[in-house]
Unconditional design. Sequence first.
Length: 146
Amino acid sequence: MKKLLMTLLTGLTLLVMTACGTADTEDQASSDNPENGTSEVAEENNDAVDENEASEETETNDAAETEDQATTENDREVITEETTFNGVVDTHSIEVQNESDVLVLQTLDPGVADIDFQAVEAGTPVIIHYYQNENDQNILTEFEIQ
């Protein structure tokens, strides 16, 4: 009886684990199979380019009206803001305050990797250049003390 129960529980566990692991299979299949995924990826890239062009036109108009400036470098929107340096959050993040928000910026970009943020005093006015990556993290690319 115990053997039958253990066999059923093992089978049920394997069934549940297998069913839970199939959610990403369709996405992986299209990206792993170049014959199926190539046209889909190309269409997605074309759609993304069209959306980027439309959003860039809107942002260009908005940038002229506001203090913040947005430019495109290497297919990413780089935002420039005048902020106040608050301090170092951890070994790879800093915190700044703009007019309305507190921003945490990742400092792993090669353009700012050599800056000693520990030496910058809290309350120092700075100009930052950053972009948001695919995980909505703010990545600092340039840091200028005013």
